[in-house]
Write a protein that binds this ligand. Structure first.
Ligand code: ZN
Length: 216
């Protein structure tokens, strides 16, 4: 038998790491606020205070927290992410939707809030009812153009990601978003994280869908 070639093994492992493995992050419930909503919640001209940066360049957690309220309940201490956006958006999990009693919350790409449920935000100072903007975020991968080339995927491509947690599973219907302003990371919510026994720092394996294949 040929001797075990460590160099070949190392190259194969490196190849898999650099073309198939994606660092995964779990995003808790959070809100993005537009200028008008910040004014209403905290006072005219109020500036949100940056607490810490997120992995995506320019995105950060704010010090200020708010309470979400729906027909059946409230969730306190909800994180606000900066910077301000053009339109307010509330990202919750399906479990949160049950607690709040918000029915029919759709799975959407960030920014697509048309015909989504209403929700009440409270800063402790003022409260505002958003006409719409409540979504469950579609699971997604942020990817740099360089990584997209290496992983051989394109913007808006739908892929699968295999997770190797305590309860291994394959996430289907994962959208890849390619942009030079991104850092390459997959984002899932807490329901999805708990489903696979997620721990911080875990990686998933990207599985491309084969055109015309049985796993389409
Ligand atoms: Zn994201």
């Amino acid at each position: 038998m040929e001797p075990f070639d460590q160099e070949v093994v190392k190259r194969v492992v490196e190849q898999v790491i650099s073309t198939e493995l994606i660092e995964v992050e779990a995003s808790g419930r959070h809100v993005h606020l537009d200028r008008e909503t910040v004014d209403l919640l905290f006072g005219d001209g109020y500036q949100l205070t940056k607490l810490r940066d997120l992995s995506q360049p320019g995105q950060y957690v704010c010090e200020e927290r708010i309470t979400l309220t729906g027909p059946k309940g409230s969730i306190k201490n909800v994180v606000i992410l900066g910077p301000e956006r053009n339109k307010s958006q509330v990202e919750i999990s399906f479990t949160d939707a049950l607690i709040l009693g918000i029915r029919n919350v759709p799975v959407r790409d960030s920014g697509n809030t048309e015909n989504t449920p209403s929700i009440i935000l409270d800063s402790g100072k003022n409260s505002v009812q958003l006409e719409n903007g409540t979504i469950v975020a579609k699971r997604h991968i942020h990817m740099t153009p360089e990584d997209a080339k290496r992983y051989q995927v394109t913007d808006k491509e739908i892929v699968r990601v295999k997770m190797f947690g305590m309860r291994p599973l394959i996430f289907d219907d994962v959208v890849v978003r390619v942009n030079s302003r991104y850092e390459t990371r997959m984002h899932i919510d807490y329901d999805e994280a708990n489903a696979c026994g997620f721990k911080k720092g875990m990686y998933g394996r990207l599985i491309k869908k084969q055109p015309g294949g049985v796993n389409q």
